[in-house]
Design a binder for this molecule. Sequence first.
Ligand SMILES: Nc1ncnc2c1ncn2[C@@H]1O[C@H](COP(=O)(O)OP(=O)(O)O)[C@@H](O)[C@H]1O
Ligand SMILES: [Mg+2]
Length: 348
Amino acid sequence: MVKKSRKGMFDREYEFNQLVGTIEDGVPLIVLTGIRRIGKTALAKVLLNEIDFPGAYVDVRKLWSLRNSVTPDDLKGEIIKSLVSRKRYTPVLELLKSLGGVRVGSVGIEFRERESTLMDLLDDLEKSGKKTVLVFDEAQYLRYSKHDYTSLLASLNDNYENLIVILTGSEIQILEEFLGFNNRYSPLYKREHEIVHLERFSRDESLSYLRTGFKEVGMDVPDKELEDAVETLDGIVGWLREYGWMRYRGKSHPIAIEEVFQRAKRDIIDELSRYSPRYLRVMLAVAEGYHSWRAVKGYVEVMEGREVNKGTLYTEIKNLIRYGYLEKRGNEYHIVDPVIERALRHPT
Ligand SMILES: Nc1ncnc2c1ncn2[C@@H]1O[C@H](COP(=O)(O)OP(=O)(O)O)[C@@H](O)[C@H]1O
Ligand SMILES: [Mg+2]
């Protein structure tokens, strides 16, 4: 359940205002980053529902998961679907009315044939004269395409004054590599953009998030349990919410925490299963406390019963860092999300 109205959204005031300010300043491209479950999607959706500009939301990861690539037609379809589904929102309705290729009739909204390509749609949005925000959620998945989306983004950046693009990404390094603001061979090299980064909630914010939520539904949860939950779940709003939801459904404190771990374990196994099984073994090694290169290598070798190729393992670890699962602190590898770390140690 994504909170649709800011009334249901806890805090993020600062980042919300940063996004609005950036849009009002006319910055054409915004990159919203942060680890998984930190609240990027929720914030982007709330933004679309609260600003005076019309906008559309596209879940790029979902598109990609359907057929392992993302075509311009897919994006066009999703933008149209999003605009139509948000037609009750006045700025969106006004945009739709002003689009050349759209008929707003009594039976509903029809896009005429002329919106035949993504570029046609973008041209029409531009010509409407209204500033329009396009959110591409988990945009690093745009890299799985024959289409050169960085060139497209660069051309939007140069030639489309009314279109503002927000890209979100959990796989921060991958998104950076894909966009290539610092890569002089990238079409987006040195293009104007703003980065908005979401951090974890502080201990106090997390406590207050849980307290507010429980109060709203008339539940009285002892401070000791709240503190323990916050200690364990480390300011990651997705896990806090999951815990709150379990409590709301009548689970006791220890059972609710247990279920968050089970969920985290299912998620990480799911997410990593599309890569080689080695990735999960590396994560298990680090979760078990093997933090150095040698220790991880040793652990994986014991698990696999044979020597592993250094170069391959090195690339795999580097990828886990790029995907945002591991981070390097000094010479040690650590798991970014402590809930995932504990979940991996957890017996099923
Ligand atoms: N500021 C917030 N207040 C209340 N709930 C939130 C907030 N941010 C995120 N959530 C909830 O936490 C969960 C994870 O957030 P989500 O936006 O999906 O994270 P991300 O997109 O960064 O992976 C969702 O269920 C979302 O509704
Ligand atoms: Mg998201």
